[in-house]
Write a protein that binds this ligand. Structure first.
Ligand SMILES: Nc1ncnc2c1ncn2[C@@H]1O[C@H](COP(=O)(O)OP(=O)(O)OP(=O)(O)O)[C@@H](O)[C@H]1O
Ligand SMILES: [Mg+2]
Length: 222
């Protein structure tokens, strides 16, 4: 199986060298657990290798603001943006309550144009409120598009009280990675846990994570 590096120090060795290609991985976690940082490292790793990456925002734009935040990390080069890494804002389409076909057509056009090897979709479940009964079929078609174009996708979702991730995205996902930032003995402890990854003999349980200007670093076994 072909694998691609996540760009997260310490993580590739826990998943037989990287994320399977093609695949769709759900990256879920608490607020501030490091989801956006993870995705930025993932796309920057691709950019270092000369691959194109597409970053889809369902909200939280404008993308200039996100690029500004991302630029505070050491591993981010401004030359990536517009050359290897491309942001696409879906906020207006969400506001205009567009249909499943509109989202899929736009994605198809952008994928044909940019030929991304890596794709990030932040907070995909925002589209559930817009697409309603179309949403499940949209997820299946999206997953099919990702596989048929040989892409590796990361989909981020916020954990909700008592619900670590949306069940419908988990069903179409080949892998699930959980990031947490829990209070343990009055201190905050960051961790990562690989809940599932198809075709991969991966480490189990929680492993320590640090976030600094270098981004996420995973310490397997800690
Ligand atoms: N440049 C930086 N240097 C060091 N630490 C940073 C830097 N930028 C962010 N952080 C830390 O990393 C944390 C995680 O940020 P990140 O945005 O990746 O989390 P997130 O899971 O995407 O959060 P959200 O749920 O708000 O989307 C921040 O809350 C902050 O503590
Ligand atoms: Mg975020």
């Amino acid at each position: 199986m072909k694998r691609i590096s996540t760009g997260i120090p310490g993580l590739d060795n826990m998943i037989e060298g990287g994320l399977p290609s093609p695949s769709l991985t759900l990256l879920a976690g608490d607020a501030g657990a490091g989801k956006t940082t993870f995705c930025t490292q993932f796309l920057c790793k691709g950019a270092d290798l000369g691959e194109h990456g597409l970053y889809l925002l369902t909200f939280g734009g404008p993308s200039d603001l996100q690029i500004n935040y991302a630029s505070s990390y050491e591993f981010v080069k401004s030359a990536y943006f517009g050359n290897e890494i491309f942001y696409l804002e879906l906020e207006e389409m969400v506001e205009n309550a567009c249909k499943s076909k509109d989202f899929l057509d736009l994605l198809e056009r952008e994928i044909d144009l940019l030929k991304p090897a890596r794709i990030v979709i932040e907070n995909l479940s925002v589209l559930e409120g817009v697409l309603k009964e179309e949403y499940w079929r949209f997820l299946l078609k999206l997953s099919h598009m990702i596989k048929s174009r040989s892409m590796v996708a990361l989909v981020t979702e916020d954990a909700q009280p008592g619900i670590p991730y949306p069940a419908n995205i988990a069903q179409v996902a080949d892998g699930i990675i959980l990031l947490q930032n829990e209070v343990i003995n009055f201190a905050r402890r960051r961790s990562i846990e690989i809940l599932k990854m198809s075709g991969t003999s991966h480490h189990l349980g929680k492993h320590a994570v640090d976030i600094s200007v270098k981004g996420l670093v995973v310490y397997p076994g800690l």
